[in-house]
Write a protein that binds this ligand. Structure first.
Ligand SMILES: Nc1ncnc2c1ncn2[C@@H]1O[C@H](COP(=O)(O)OP(=O)(O)OP(=O)(O)O)[C@@H](O)[C@H]1O
Length: 246
């Protein structure tokens, strides 16, 4: 344990997201599928967690429950002290908009908007004025200075995902959830996108939870949580491999 200059033990990282005994059942009776069978896990601020596991092990279901996109059948999720599982739909939408960034495998950009408009969209929906300095910095980091007026169809997959990364970070969210963010990218562009995510953790203290099938993607995280049949079967700290993409 590290020691603070005061001589006291350094404060431990805040547990930003706390999942307690999460269950998610689809269907009823004998046909019921227990996608989550009792998952408890904490996600400290500033940490990059990768979630892995075989297909059907519950990764997406867990991420959707943590992010307030799905409601668990049982258990609770707290985000920064707020029990999101107890919020009504309107409050949950507001919390997602204000506190959470999302990155999806299929980019999910709005086709008729330019790259810049896509990046700013969550802020405009929230009626928030963009912090121009921050947005300019982000655009520089993701390397899209010369692509801001382009629409998604005029961008490569890697560029589209970089727009999505900038969009996710634009509101300085408490946490970013990434669902197979490199699933549609070749290995070189994957490395670039992963390097951006890693940088956001190292340089801005961003908290990230990423679902992935790809061991190379998981290798850039600080921690690897493995699911099997809706349960956490291992939760280990790993030494992040520094990606070479950015
Ligand atoms: N809407 C749904 N209705 C019924 N069953 C579902 C639904 N969503 C997921 N499931 C089931 O819940 C289990 C967990 O699914 P989930 O998508 O969370 O797994 P995953 O680990 O993310 O899989 P993959 O890696 O293939 O995306 C699976 O058995 C799946 O078939």
């Amino acid at each position: 344990m590290s020691t603070h200059p005061s001589g006291l033990a350094a404060p431990t990282a805040t547990d930003l997201v706390v999942a307690h005994e999460l269950t998610r059942r689809y269907g009823e009776g004998e046909a019921a599928v227990h996608a989550l069978a009792g998952v408890s896990a904490t996600f400290p601020a500033g940490e990059f967690t990768a979630i892995m596991g075989a297909s059907g092990s519950g990764k997406s279901t867990l991420m959707h429950c943590l992010a307030g996109l799905d409601r668990p059948t049982g258990g609770t999720v707290r985000l920064d002290g707020v029990e999101i599982t107890a919020l009504d739909d309107a409050k949950l939408t507001e919390l997602r908009r204000d506190r959470i960034g999302f990155i999806f495998q299929s980019f999910n950009l709005v086709p008729v908007l330019s790259a810049e408009e896509n990046i700013l969209l969550p802020l405009s929906i929230a009626g928030r004025r963009p912090d121009r300095e921050w947005i300019d910095q982000l655009v520089g980091i993701v390397g899209l200075q010369n692509r801001l007026t382009h629409r998604p169809a005029e961008l490569s997959g890697g560029q589209q995902q970089r727009v999505a990364v900038a969009r996710a970070l634009a509101s300085r969210p408490a946490i970013v959830f990434a669902d197979e963010p490199t699933g549609n990218l070749d290995s070189k562009t994957s490395a670039e996108v992963l390097a951006l995510l890693r940088r956001s953790v190292d340089e801005f203290g961003q908290t990230i939870v990423m679902v992935t099938h790809d061991p190379d993607a998981a290798a850039i995280a600080d921690r690897l949580v493995t699911l099997q049949d809706g349960l956490v079967v291992s939760d280990e700290r790993v030494t992040p491999r520094v990606p070479t993409g950015a």
